[in-house]
Design a protein around this ligand. Structure first.
Ligand code: HEC
Length: 109
């Protein structure tokens, strides 16, 4: 399963409470395409722990929009991301905290 990873990352030793919640939500809604710890999944979906998704280029509103409306493939060749049902804005907020903490640990700002 790890062989499907697209990037190699460092995992922070600790996560904030919000990020711990975000990790759970990520693992039930996003992991099938973005991979465990958002390292991507070959042929399926991109890593979010990646320079492309640093907050200056993809700020938090792009995450809310991606979940609510889906994403038309443009950075990669994985195809489109569907809108994800059954997830609240607060849950997306927790996922964003999780992703940003992983990004920070990997010097992606
Ligand atoms: C069915 C597969 C799939 C699932 C499930 C999925 N994604 Fe995606 N996501 C993608 C693909 C593919 C792209 C890349 C599109 C492209 O080429 O730019 C993407 C792109 C994104 C982007 C970048 C948006 C942009 O503006 O470029 C964000 C943020 C994102 N996903 C967050 C999430 C989150 C958070 C979840 C879970 C709640 C999730 N995704 C679930 C497939 C998926």
């Amino acid at each position: 399963m790890f062989d499907d990873a697209i990037v190699k990352i460092k995992i922070p030793q600790t996560l904030s409470n919000e990020a711990i919640l975000g990790k759970k939500i990520f693992e039930s809604n996003c992991v099938e395409c973005h991979g465990k710890n958002a390292v991507g999944k070959k042929k399926i979906g991109p890593p979010l722990i990646h320079k492309i998704y640093e907050s200056s280029h993809h700020n938090d509103s792009t995450f809310y929009r991606a979940v609510e409306m889906g994403v038309r493939g443009h950075h990669w060749t994985f195809g489109d991301m569907p809108a994800i049902d059954g997830i609240t804005r607060n849950e997306v907020k927790a996922v964003i905290s999780y992703i940003r903490e992983l990004q920070r640990e990997n010097n992606i700002f």
